[in-house]
Design a protein around this ligand. Sequence first.
Ligand code: ZN
Length: 315
Amino acid sequence: MIKKHRTKPEILEKLEVLQRRLPELHPKRDEVKQKYLRYAAGYRGEKAIDYHLSFLDPPHLILHDLRLFSRTSHFQMDTLLLTPTFTLIIEVKNLAGTLHFDEHRYQMTRRLHGEEEGFTDPRLQVQRHKLQLEEWLKHHSLVLPPIYPLVVISFPSTIIQAPLTNVIHAAQLPFEIETYKRREGKAATPFSSIQRVSDKLISACRPKEVEILEEFDLTPADVQRGVQCAECAKLPMKKGRNGHWCCPFCGFSSKDAPRSALQDYNALIHPFLTTEQCCDFLNLPSSQVTRRLLQSLNVPHNRKNKGRVYDLTNI
Ligand SMILES: [Zn+2]
């Protein structure tokens, strides 16, 4: 049973917006695109293992994207599988090519298109997560059955060169889990107590907050202003008299287009903005027009008149 579902990572959402909002010839555009592709592939890889996990027999609990604080730092586990006899931390890697794992030095080398590249060994990463989870449980006086780290490679075509270690292909996952089940034997921990720990883990989860402009050394001035067309991605759309916004490039028209622009502002710049900031960002002719527009979109605000701040968190 999935207790905590996987959601699209905030960084991926923000990278999507940033790609759309950076000018075509901006020097950071390629860097943003590369990062976006990397995160999108990682997310696809994580989702790919969900299919294989769906074959598992109960009882078990699955927690995706769990980010906890232990001692001095946060750590994030892709997937945590809780069963009455064992606990599995699954780290998903979406890497193509041939992956070679060095048993003694704990390093991973990838060969792809004739080139060799070194990576941080994911076995070390997931081993560290195990120690951090154990530390977290101890600190909260909670107990789980033995914890095992597992690295799952999501690309079926990737060649894994590893000794008999905890690195497997995604399709092998249900069978590997059966092996753990057989090895650990009869249930040792009541399922109700696993459920209790699972609830505590979920309530302690703190998703990472991403300041996407800072990540690329950008400022709000780098972001293109105006209402963007949802059809052709060009901007600015023009506000018509009937409350509809029309794209001068492709002719697409929409009444809700400024809402998307405000969502972009929230994702890239700040969740709160003043009437003046909104007027500037949406390229509107006056504060009065801006105020009317924000009212028509039902954007919550704090005060009646002067110094009014609008809250874009849930628009
Ligand atoms: Zn358009």
